[in-house]
Design a protein around this ligand. Structure first.
Ligand code: KG4
Ligand code: ZN
Length: 362
């Protein structure tokens, strides 16, 4: 079965072709960094307009990359939530059009399940059958969730939320702190690159003490702590210098960025990243204490973080990440999540609505 996946939930227009559930034949992602960068975040109206512009060429490129034609497709899968409604609608409507035109089944996919299934797909590719139950940590710009994932039968997956963020998502915290410090958007990848130049032990930033479910997360206090530090250390001038550099034009190189970032700021960046990682690791370990698992899966944009990877890999459990290309938003993960469902006979109606607040699991 050849499945075309389409993903347009946020600011990436993506299409991918997956054959037999485990062969990723193509994976095309058109990012909108340049469109939103100067606004310091995603502008929903601009995102939908860019998706409209990009969707046809991106799908064509995905088909060409896979060496197939439209008529070779057996099914089409698209993200129907969660995400920005105007963005979701572009990919979902396009997918419906293809399903009708080609007389093939349509399947709506939950974006969060996509992030998790990206890991399952890549392990299958390697001939590695993951063992369940698993703990799946999804950390991205839109969500930070811990799921207990079970697989009652081959290709069937169930998810139960055991912890989630009460305010910002992990990626959002990275982006907001980066913005606060005068680094461009999105901030996560840059903080990741800068953190190794700083000493996290120089500045202590607080973790969140959770009332109620101790596995929940909160990053707003951490963000405020960084803001307080910025004020106390009178960093306004250097922040303005960086802002000017990041607004000036093409993305500055890491060397150019380091040249306008004093050591004390690099220490702050390292300390912030360290704290985010520790918060995530502590919640994951807490979840395993409650419910032993065979496997840990870490996915979503923040799973691209090198520090996070190293820390999770140091744990005495089998931990699986997606490769970098499948960590941030892509459509390979959408086709991957669709495949086992399609095989089981699942289909979506053509009146499937985009669901901006769609949840995964109970
Ligand atoms: O999964 P994703 O591409 O989109 C959403 O579903 O939200 O995640 C994007 C988020 C952004 O907040 C971005 O700053 C963050 O993931 N991110 C990173 C890294 N790469 C992307 N955060 C930390 N370190 C990274 N290397
Ligand atoms: Zn995502």
């Amino acid at each position: 079965m050849i499945v075309l996946g389409i993903e347009t939930s946020c600011d990436e227009t993506a299409a991918a072709v997956v054959s037999g559930g485990d062969r990723l034949l193509s994976n095309v992602v058109a990012s909108q960094f340049d469109v939103h960068g100067k606004y310091g975040g995603v502008v929903p109206e601009l995102a939908s307009r860019e998706h409209l512009r990009a969707i046809t060429p991106v799908v064509r490129e995905a088909l060409a990359g896979a060496g197939i034609r439209m008529k070779d497709l057996d099914a089409v899968a698209a993200t129907y939530g969660p995400g920005l409604v105007g963005s979701l609608l572009v990919g979902l409507t396009y997918a419906k059009g293809l399903a009708v035109g080609l007389h093939i089944p349509l399947l709506g996919v939950n974006h969060i399940e996509g992030h998790i299934q990206a890991v399952v797909l890549e392990q299958k590719q390697k001939g590695n059958q993951l063992s369940f139950p698993a703990l799946a940590l999804v950390v991205s710009g839109g969500h930070s969730h811990l799921f207990l994932m079970t697989s009652p039968s081959e290709g069937e997956y169930r998810y139960r939320v055991v912890g989630k963020t009460r305010d910002d998502a992990a990626g959002e915290a990275f982006d907001k702190v980066a913005k606060l410090l005068g680094f461009g958007y999105p901030g996560g990848p840059l903080i990741d690159k800068l953190a190794p130049y700083g000493d996290a032990s120089k500045i202590r930033l607080p973790g969140a003490r959770m009332k109620g479910n101790r596995l929940d997360l909160s990053f707003s206090g951490l963000k405020t702590a960084v803001l307080r530090h910025v004020r106390a250390a009178e960093m306004d001038e250097e922040i303005e210098t960086r802002r000017a550099l990041f607004h000036a034009g093409p993305r500055p190189t890491i060397e150019q960025t380091l040249a306008v970032t004093p050591q004390a700021t690099l220490d702050l960046v390292a300390s912030f990243q360290h704290r985010v990682i520790e918060e995530l690791v502590q919640r994951a370990l807490g979840a395993i204490e409650d419910q032993p698992v065979e496997t840990i899966i870490v996915s979503g944009g923040v799973a691209a973080n090198q520090g996070l990877r190293k820390r999770f890999e140091s744990l005495p459990y089998p931990v699986y990440f997606p490769t970098l290309k499948l960590s941030t938003d892509n459509a390979g993960m959408i086709a991957a999540a669709a495949y086992p469902r399609l095989v089981r006979g699942e289909r979506s109606e053509l009146n499937l609505q985009a669901q901006p607040n769609l949840r995964l699991g109970a």
